[in-house]
Design a protein around this ligand. Structure first.
Ligand code: GTP
Ligand code: IMP
Ligand code: MG
Length: 359
């Protein structure tokens, strides 16, 4: 069985957390990172320890899994080697020999006026993808320090699929950041949908069984995008849930606009850049469109506890409050796909798993 995890909105939906849960729960033999590159920041907490990962899949939490990076993913060599050390995964992590390598010149070019306008992560991803298209980029096989990690990812994954093994693909960013489907030019340098995540790893469309589209219970965005509507002070005050967060912020003496204050209370700060994220109400229309184009079989709702603190750490559906259940139902009705995984806290085990039906 092949499952893909993708972001349903603008990134930072908690894909890392869901991937680490599926890695342990479904015990896949191979977990492969897809997506753009080290512009992604995925955060996972395992037994209280925080990991901020930009290159290695969050599925490292399963010590029995073999970890891969697909050919479509841009690799930052120093960052990759640092994360291999940090996660102690040497010996079970391999990358496709054809991955494009990000070089210093790409990082320098990502400081241009246009990069600033878009608010890129500055990780060199856009310029490295441009170099690949221009046929001037270098590949992983051109670097001797990567020699022991090089493999043919599509061959390994397709052999595993033929043998009936479980495979998990980790996408990055979100549907609204797609080069095709997002608010161009305020987007990343590649498509971010499930089809591209599969192609990044060399898996064809007929081999995909499940697509999990991840949505946060509210919406956040880091970087620039003048087309998104962020919550105004009036809207925050008119919503009981957001007004309560604002009150918390005021009690803590946090400063800024209403939106900045609730972003701080929600802990919405960029994993890669440290920039504050901006907060929007859940965009139901975008979520429906995104689930359709991703052909989502399941949706996952994360950070439910941040809007409804009484749900923190819940592991059973029956533990959720009436307000939280109504919020989930509204999302499911609007998107037209069942929410089968509900995340109620940052820890890998804070999940209500409804894939086998209601408990
Ligand atoms: P990108 O690929 O950058 O889009 O990353 P991502 O989707 O993996 O998300 P990221 O880790 O950047 O941000 C999600 C944040 O929410 C992290 O700090 C997680 O620890 C946290 N998180 C995820 N799920 C939950 C949850 O259910 N509750 C709480 N309280 N925090 C969560
Ligand atoms: P780039 O991918 O670094 O070129 O950035 C392009 C846009 O996508 C900017 O608005 C970034 O903030 C945004 N972006 C890129 N990667 C992520 C991510 O993983 N999470 C959230 N936003 C991202
Ligand atoms: Mg992130």
């Amino acid at each position: 069985m092949v499952s893909i995890v993708v972001g349903g909105h603008y990134g930072d939906e908690g894909k890392g957390k869901i991937v680490s849960y599926l890695a342990v729960k479904d015990n896949p033999l191979y977990i492969s990172r897809a997506g753009v590159g080290p512009n992604a920041g995925h955060t996972v907490y395992v037994e209280g320890k925080k990991y901020g990962l930009r290159m290695i899949t969050c599925g490292f939490t399963n010590p029995n899994a073999q970890l891969l990076i697909g050919a479509g993913v841009l690799v930052d060599i120093p960052r990759l080697l640092e994360e291999i050390k940090m996660t102690d995964t040497d010996g079970r992590i391999f990358i496709d020999k054809r991955c494009t390598i990000i070089e210093q010149e790409h990082k320098d070019a990502d400081k241009s006026a246009n990069s600033k306008k878009i608010g890129t992560t500055g990780s060199g991803c856009g310029p490295a993808n441009a170099a690949r298209v221009n046929r001037t980029a270098k590949q992983a096989k051109d670097f001797s320090e990567l020699k022991k990690y090089l493999v043919d990812v599509p061959q390994i994954l397709n052999d595993a699929i033929d043998a009936g093994e479980e495979v998990l693909i980790e996408g990055t960013q979100g549907f609204g950041l797609s080069l095709y489907w997002g608010n161009y030019p305020y987007v990343t340098s590649k498509d971010t949908s499930a089809s591209t995540a599969a192609a990044d790893c060399g898996i064809g469309p007929t081999n995909i069984d499940k697509v999990y589209a991840i949505f946060k219970a509210y919406m956040s965005r880091v970087g620039e995008d003048p087309y998104i509507h962020y919550l105004t002070d009036d809207e925050i005050n008119a919503s009981p849930v957001f007004a309560r967060l604002l009150k918390n912020a005021d009690e803590k003496g946090l400063d800024g606009t209403g939106n900045q204050k609730i972003a701080k209370v929600l802990g919405e700060v960029g994993t890669v850049t440290g920039r504050p994220r901006k907060i929007g109400e859940f965009d139901y229309k975008l979520a429906r469109y995104s689930a359709k184009i991703n052909s989502a079989t399941d949706i996952c709702i994360t950070c439910l506890d941040k809007l409804f603190p009484e749900c923190f750490g819940a592991k059973e559906h029956s533990q959720l409050s009436t307000e939280a259940l109504a919020h989930i139902k509204k999302i499911e009705d609007a998107v037209g796909v069942r929410a089968t995984l509900i995340s109620t806290g940052p820890d890998v085990n804070d999940v209500i798993d409804l894939r086998d039906g209601l408990d």
